[in-house]
Design a protein. Structure first.
Ligand SMILES: Cc1ncc(COP(=O)(O)O)c(C=O)c1O
Length: 355
C-alpha cells in the first residue's frame, strides 16, 4: 500500500465570492447558504448622543432560487456567524463582535484549512480517494479537520501523534476513521500546512468579516498560534482599509512576539501587519472563557477567552469610543472538557450525590 504524503496549497474552492479589490458593501454577495440581511448596531457613541439614532441598515441581496440544503457537510464550512458581546462589556465604549468559529461543522477555525488543502490537491489531480492515503502529523484541531473532510470524501487518513495526546482527541480522530500512529510527529508537512493557513484566511475569513460588518470593522483581534489566521485575515482587511488595526494576542507566560521569551517567531506570521500585541495570562483566559459560557451563552475554548480579554481591554480605551472590534473565537468549548477549563466542574460533578 503506497503512502502518498501531500503537500498542497489551498484553493479558491471556498464559497467566498470576494473579488479582492477594494470595494464598498455593494460588492458583497453571499453564498446561497447565507442569510440575506445584515443589521448594523448603532455604535455606542452615537447611541448615547442626543440626536435620533439612525435606523438599522438593512441590505437585501437578490439570490438564486435554490433550496437551502448543502450538498454535503463540507459546504457548511466557512461563513461563520458573528455575534455581539452583551454582558461582559461593562465599561466598554466600543462594540465587540465575536466571529464564532465554534459554529464550523467540526467546531474550529481549522475546518477551513482541512477543506482548502484537500480540495486544492484534488483539483490539481495530486490526490484521489482511490490512490492516496493522507498522512497528517498535527494532532490538534487541524488534524481533526483533515480527518473530518477526508471522511466525507472517502480518503484514508493516518494521524501520527505523540503518546501524550489525550484519549478524547484520539477517540474523535478514530470516529472519523483515522488510523492513529503514536510516535514523534514528522515535521515534513508543517511548512505547507502553515502557508495554506495564511492563504485560506485571506481568501475566506477576511472577506467574511469585511462583508458581514459592511466594511465597518475598525479593529481585528485574534490569537496567534502559527500566525496564519491573523496574517491572512489582517492582510485582507488592511488591503480593503488600511486604517483597520490588527491586534494579536499571545500568552503572557510564553510571550514571544513581545520579545520577552526566547524562541522563533513563526515564519508565516507577518509582524508588519500587527499594530499591537497584547499579552493575556492563562488564568485570565480560562476565567474569561468560563464567563463567556455563563454570561453570554458562548461555549468556547481557552484561546477564545484570551482573545476576549484583549478585545474587551481595547473596547474600554477612550480612543476606541464608538468603534467596532471584531474578535476571533477559534474553537468550541466542548473540546476542552479534559482540560483546566472544566476542571472545577468535573470535580463538582464527580462529588455529586443523588439526593
Ligand atoms: C484553538 C486555536 N485555534 C486557532 C488559533 C489561531 O491559530 P493560527 O495562528 O495558527 O492561525 C489559535 C491561536 O491562538 C488557537 O488557540
Amino acid at each position: 500500500m503506497a503512502l502518498s504524503s501531500w503537500f498542497v496549497y489551498p484553493s479558491l474552492f471556498y464559497t467566498s465570492t470576494s473579488s479582492h479589490s477594494p470595494c464598498n458593501s455593494s460588492c458583497s454577495s453571499k453564498s446561497k447558504w447565507r442569510a440575506a440581511s445584515v443589521t448594523v448596531r448603532t455604535p455606542k457613541a452615537q447611541a448615547s448622543s442626543p440626536s435620533p439614532s439612525p435606523s438599522p441598515v438593512l441590505i437585501i441581496s437578490r439570490q438564486e432560487e435554490v433550496v437551502n440544503i448543502a450538498e454535503d457537510v463540507t459546504q457548511l464550512i466557512g461563513n461563520t456567524p458573528m455575534v455581539y458581546l452583551n454582558k461582559l462589556v461593562q465599561g466598554c465604549v466600543a462594540n465587540v463582535a465575536a466571529k464564532l468559529e465554534s459554529m464550523q461543522p467540526c467546531r474550529s477555525v481549522k475546518d477551513r484549512i482541512g477543506l482548502s488543502m484537500i480540495s486544492d490537491a484534488e483539483q490539481r489531480g495530486a490526490i484521489s480517494p482511490a490512490k492516496t492515503i493522507l498522512v497528517e502529523p498535527t494532532t490538534g484541531n487541524t488534524g481533526l479537520a483533515i480527518a473530518f473532510v477526508a471522511a466525507t470524501k472517502g480518503y484514508k487518513v493516518i494521524v501520527t501523534m505523540p503518546a501524550s495526546i489525550n484519549v478524547e482527541r484520539r477517540v474523535l480522530l478514530r470516529a472519523f476513521g483515522a488510523h492513529i500512529v503514536l510516535t514523534d510527529p514528522a515535521k515534513g508537512l508543517k511548512g505547507a500546512v502553515d502557508k495554506a493557513k495564511q492563504i485560506v484566511h485571506f481568501e475566506t475569513t477576511g472577506p467574511e468579516i469585511w462583508e458581514d460588518t459592511m466594511g465597518s470593522v475598525d479593529i481585528f483581534v485574534a490569537g496567534i498560534g502559527t500566525g496564519g489566521t491573523i496574517t491572512g485575515t489582517g492582510r485582507y482587511l488592511k488591503m480593503m482599509n488600511r486604517d483597520i488595526k490588527v491586534v494579536g494576542v499571545e500568552p503572557a507566560e510564553t510571550s514571544l512576539i513581545s520579545g520577552e521569551n526566547p524562541g522563533c517567531i513563526p515564519s508565516i506570521l507577518d509582524v508588519r501587519l500587527l499594530d499591537e500585541v497584547l499579552k493575556v495570562t492563562n488564568d485570565e483566559a480560562v476565567e474569561m472563557a468560563r464567563k463567556l459560557v455563563l454570561e453570554e451563552g458562548l461555549l468556547v475554548g481557552i484561546s477564545s477567552g484570551a482573545a476576549a480579554v484583549a478585545a474587551l481591554a481595547l473596547a474600554r480605551r477612550p480612543e476606541n469610543t464608538g468603534k467596532l472590534i471584531t474578535v476571533m473565537f477559534p474553537s468550541f468549548g466542548e473540546r476542552y472538557i479534559p482540560t483546566v477549563l472544566f476542571h472545577s466542574i468535573h470535580e463538582e460533578m464527580r462529588g455529586f450525590q443523588q439526593s
